[in-house]
Ligand binder design. Structure first.
Ligand SMILES: [Fe+2]
Length: 391
């Protein structure tokens, strides 16, 4: 190799194109960039030859080499060709209804049905087929994984699409506890406030979940449920908060993908005090990813409860809402949400925040349901209807 070639080859690495970015650019499908995408259902897709389907990738501020997001479409009445990837992937159904057939090698195939608002795990290296059960409309799926993180260590795409190492217990575990569709709930006591965690691989309708747990620390009378997958490092949570309220601003690491499932409102993100603020209008099918350590705050000036799903990056990434322990259960890191420095209490917020919220409500003839005391008392405790019922 001559000196020029050597320099050129070195330059290919010195120019610091992320291996994941290099890979998605090589696919020749649309890549959408920005702070947010307001409507995943209407984004134009392009042909992904290897998968023989239409797809698009998202590279939003906040993914930051941590999270992968892409969309696939299954045409009406069709089934996509079998596919597998060497790391776990989460899938949320944006529109349509269909079937996933999933298996490993010569082992039996398992099938589950999904519909709009279903959420499920495609475990590492299981072969799967996505089929559309409807003859009249395409199905559109959002896929999310930690592929950029993985590719930062092993950049060769072939490693992820030609590997066969598989944990057979995910689908073929013998005891009932390991059944793919089984759901259970546990109480995680490792945080300041113990939290309910739902554990499963397939959730048929994220809108049908109710009786979520009060999340008092974040204000707005909001509720939450945490979601964990039995053999996976992925964790997610879903939040619901009422019309006429907004949550407290908070911050954490990158890679937490927020998908709006229901409601109409907006979020605001900004890097530090005094910086310009990014306003993100949202409704069902919007997505955004708060950038690393940016403050972000969610507002519901609509007439219905707002509901969003947050797909966290795999455990091991310093992305927030996670803490790591050693095998004795001793904490190695502090969960960002347990540190008061990562939340802005209502009395401390920029007065523009409240003013804008009231202006947005007024456009629809609505009034804020934020209690006045919340702005005067840093320790104000939101009153929940379930508290009243309990007393
Ligand atoms: Fe957040």
């Amino acid at each position: 190799m001559g000196e020029t070639e050597k320099l050129t080859e070195a330059g290919a690495w010195l120019n610091q194109i992320h291996p994941y970015e290099r890979w998605i650019e090589s696919l020749n499908v649309p890549i959408y960039r920005g702070y947010y995408m307001e409507d995943l259902g209407s984004l134009k897709l392009g042909r992904w030859e290897d998968r023989e389907c239409h797809a698009a990738f998202l590279q939003l501020a906040g993914q930051e080499g941590v999270s992968a997001i892409y969309l696939t479409e299954v045409p009406a009445g069709k089934t996509l060709r079998p596919f597998r990837m060497a790391i776990d992937e989460l899938v949320y159904v944006i529109q349509g209804a269909g079937l996933t057939t999933i298996w490993s090698g010569e082992r039996p195939k398992r099938v589950f049905e999904w519909q709009k608002h279903s959420f499920f795990l495609l475990p590492a290296n299981y072969t799967y087929e996505l089929g559309n059960m409807r003859g009249s409309e395409p199905a559109r799926l959002l896929h999310c994984s930690g592929l950029p993180t993985a590719m930062a260590a092993i950049p060769d795409p072939a490693f992820y699409f030609q590997s066969t190492a598989v944990d057979l217990s995910v689908l073929y575990g013998t005891d009932e506890e390991q059944h793919y569709s089984k759901l259970q709930v546990i109480k995680d006591t490792g945080h300041k406030t113990p939290r309910d965690v739902w554990i499963g691989n397939f959730f048929s309708d994220m809108l049908s979940w109710y009786r979520l747990e009060a999340l008092k620390a974040r204000g707005a009378g909001g509720h939450i449920v945490w979601i964990s997958f039995p053999r996976s490092l992925h964790v997610s949570h879903m939040s619901v908060f009422p019309s006429g309220t907004y949550k407290k601003a908070h911050r954490h690491g990158p890679g937490v993908v927020v998908i709006v499932l229901a409601g109409e409102g907006y979020s605001i993100m900004w890097p530090e005090q005094g910086a310009d603020k990014v306003v993100i209008p949202w409704h069902e099918g919007s997505v955004f990813v708060p950038p690393n350590n940016w403050w972000h705050q969610h507002f519901n000036p609509g007439r219905a409860p707002a509901r969003y799903l947050a797909l966290h990056a795999p455990t091991g990434m310093p992305t927030g809402n996670a803490y790591f322990t050693n095998s004795k259960g001793e904490k190695l890191t502090v969960a960002p949400e347990d540190d008061p420095a990562n939340q802005i209490e209502y009395p401390d917020e920029d007065p523009w925040i409240r003013k804008k919220f009231e202006e947005e409500l007024a456009k629809s003839g609505l009034k804020s349901l934020m209690p006045d005391e919340a702005y005067g008392d840093r320790d104000f405790k939101w009153r929940y209807s379930e508290d009243k019922n309990a007393s």
